[in-house]
Design a protein around this ligand. Structure first.
Ligand code: SAH
Ligand code: SF4
Ligand code: F3S
Length: 442
């Protein structure tokens, strides 16, 4: 057996891709390893979303280089691949900047890894694969073989046609594509058979899903969710990430109609200022977003929302930032991600004249995060004393502890047997600790 170490950065779609790369390389004799020491192959599955994320890769490559040298001094060989969004964005540049790298492979071409490994063994041929062969990879990848866990990711859609002016994703992941519903349902059943009880449907714009089946019939995202809900072993369905523009009536209705669809929605808004939203090319206003939240809450009153925010987008004034705080107060979120704007090469906002000073960005982020944290704390506290259905996912750190999640995605620790894993049980929530809830089986 050869040792394969994969390090994953970035979003859930990268986590899914890493698992698929492991599946793809297993038949070549590669087994997953926990550390890069002595590995026969190292893959860094990279993220390009913010500058810090992209730069991390080069410092990691420095460490890998020392390990690769050790290995070759001992007469062995370590192959080093850079995959993911930075691979797509920088291509050849990576080989030039980091000679330790043997191959570079973009997110839509990693199914070609076995071919690339063979080429490198021959010492000849192209070392960069970075085109967008329209979802070809899904026709070629093996059925998932890696351990799925109770909650499993399933990519149903890829790419982005929205071109928000700050974002690299349309360039790194290519245009929007939806997988065929039959292929998704087959994968969902295979995951269920391997023990998955919750499926998290993934896509850069997952609610833009528009599949076409073998009869040429179009499938909406709501229809896809309903079909997955028909798989008995699957108890819970979630999806991420959504764009407000693609929340159509059917999908909103599905939140009321499909019991297995969990009452939690990540719906990034980025800003509460109409002029910033326009400059970002989000193509909706702050009030459009408020109205959308109201409609979704009408379909599913107990739904919890999360979101992404960017502070310090070029031109953002104090009043614009205040509008973001107001939107947060109006909507009330259960949990959010917030970031300082990071100028990314090749995106339109990078060229904007009014870049915001770093100290202003930091101060705004601080204020926003305090507000978001207080809302998160309120949402958690409101659960104390209630009984929640928990889907248990794994054992906890303490002896005799199991950990699961509420329908609203809050992690809950409980004393109980490991046999609970994969099952849903009612739990009385008793206390809030640093970052999770404690409860007892009812
Ligand atoms: N497809 C998703 C988001 C993908 S990126 C969507 O449309 O919402 C995840 C988050 O990273 C974004 O929602 C945004 O908040 C943040 N992000 C993207 N580009 C960024 C940049 N240049 N600087 C700071 N944050 C950024
Ligand atoms: Fe990026 Fe916007 Fe596309 Fe989301 S919708 S991936 S933020 S361009
Ligand atoms: Fe990062 Fe690419 Fe995901 S840029 S956030 S890994 S789509």
């Amino acid at each position: 057996m050869k040792k394969l170490f994969i390090k994953t950065y970035g979003c859930q779609m990268n986590a899914y891709d890493s698992a698929r790369m492991a599946d793809l390389l297993a038949p070549l004799g590669y087994a997953g390893a926990e550390t890069p020491e002595d590995a026969d192959m190292v893959i860094l599955n990279t993220c390009h979303i913010r500058e810090k994320a992209a730069e991390k890769v080069y410092s990691e490559l420095g460490r890998i280089r020392a390990l690769k040298d050790d290995k070759s001094r001992a007469g062995g060989r370590m192959l080093v691949a850079v995959a993911g969004c930075t691979a797509q964005a920088e291509g050849e540049e990576i080989l030039a900047r980091a000679p330790v790298v043997d191959m570079v492979v973009g997110p839509q071409s990693y199914h070609r890894l076995p071919e690339m490994i063979a080429r490198i063994a021959r010492g000849a041929g192209e070392r960069v694969e970075a085109d967008f062969p329209a979802l070809e990879k899904f026709d070629v990848l093996p059925q998932a073989v890696s351990d799925t866990g109770v909650s499993a990711f399933l990519t149903v859609q890829e790419g982005c046609d929205k071109f928000c002016t700050f974002c690299v994703v349309p360039y790194t992941r290519g245009p929007e594509h939806s997988r065929a519903p039959e292929q998704i349902l087959a994968e969902a059943r295979a995951l269920a058979a391997r023990g998955a009880r919750e499926l998290v449907l993934l896509g850069q714009n997952v609610n833009a899903y528009r599949g076409t089946d073998a009869h040429g019939k179009g499938w909406s995202f709501a229809r896809l969710i309903a079909a997955i809900a028909d798989i008995d072993e699957i108890l819970r369905i979630r999806y991420t990430t959504s764009h407000p523009r693609d929340m159509d009536d059917d999908l909103i209705a599905a939140h009321g109609d499909i019991e297995k669809l969990m009452p939690f929605l990540h719906l990034p808004v980025q800003s509460g200022s109409d002029s910033v939203l326009a400059a970002m090319n989000r193509q909706h206003s702050a009030d459009d977003y408020r109205r959308l939240i109201t409609r979704i809450r009408a379909a599913r009153p107990d739904i919890a929302f999360s979101s992404d925010f960017i502070v310090g987008f070029p031109g953002e004034s104090d009043a614009d930032f205040e509008a973001t705080l107001q939107l947060v107060r109006d909507v009330r979120f259960a949990q959010c991600f917030s970031f300082k704007y990071s100028a990314r090469p090749g995106t339109p906002a990078t060229a904007a004249k009014k870049q915001i000073a770093e100290n202003v960005k930091s101060a705004r982020l601080d204020v926003l995060q305090k507000l978001l944290l207080s809302q998160q704390d309120d949402a958690n506290r409101a659960l104390i004393g209630t009984t929640q259905n928990i889907l248990f996912e794994k054992t906890g750190r303490g002896p005799g502890q199991v950990v699961g999640r509420t329908p609203h995605l809050n992690p809950v620790h409980v004393e109980g047997p490991a046999s609970l894993i994969g099952r849903v049980r009612p739990v009385m929530i008793e206390a809030l600790t640093a970052n999770s809830l404690k409860g007892r089986l009812v």
